[in-house]
Design a protein around this ligand. Structure first.
Ligand code: THU
Length: 137
């Protein structure tokens, strides 16, 4: 597993924060940003993309993960997420990625990969989704 320095962690969290600027969230007014760090140092951002047909909304984490994977098959070293904005009071326990995104993370991240959450503690993917569903491919 790659060791991530504190400064790289901060850069990644800042990238997740920056991604929220272009959040398309006119229905919820709830911006989320995510940033994926690849082993080669590249960072890919994503933000939530909502739709009038609500169920078609795609979370920031999945946008970032799919964008990273589209550009490169390099291993993912870390993921950072920035949830909501300063006017939204969120309990720390709620500042976590949704279940669907955790399952998608399982596809691309190792269980020990860190997931940094802006304003909250960090988790490994295994802490977020233990006993995850996988197929042996
Ligand atoms: N959202 C994310 O982008 N990531 C999550 O992990 C949870 C929720 C988005 C979806 C929707 O646009 C808004 O937050 C409110 O649910």
């Amino acid at each position: 597993m790659t060791t991530i320095s504190k400064s790289t962690e901060e850069i990644l969290i800042e990238a997740a924060r920056a991604a929220k600027v272009n959040s398309y969230s006119p229905y919820s007014n709830f911006p989320v940003g995510a940033a994926v760090l690849l082993e080669d140092g590249q960072i890919f951002k994503g933000t939530n993309m909502e739709n009038a047909s609500y169920g078609l909304t795609c979370c920031a984490e999945r946008v970032a993960l799919f964008s990273a994977r589209t550009a490169s098959s390099a291993k993912i070293s870390a993921l950072a997420i920035s949830i909501g904005h300063e006017d939204i009071e969120l309990a720390k326990d709620s500042m976590v990625p949704c279940g669907a995104c955790r399952q998608v993370m399982t596809e691309f991240l190792d269980p020990e990969t860190p997931v940094y959450i802006d304003g909250n503690r960090s988790f490994t993917l295994d802490e977020l989704l233990p006993y995850s569903f996988k197929l042996n491919v």
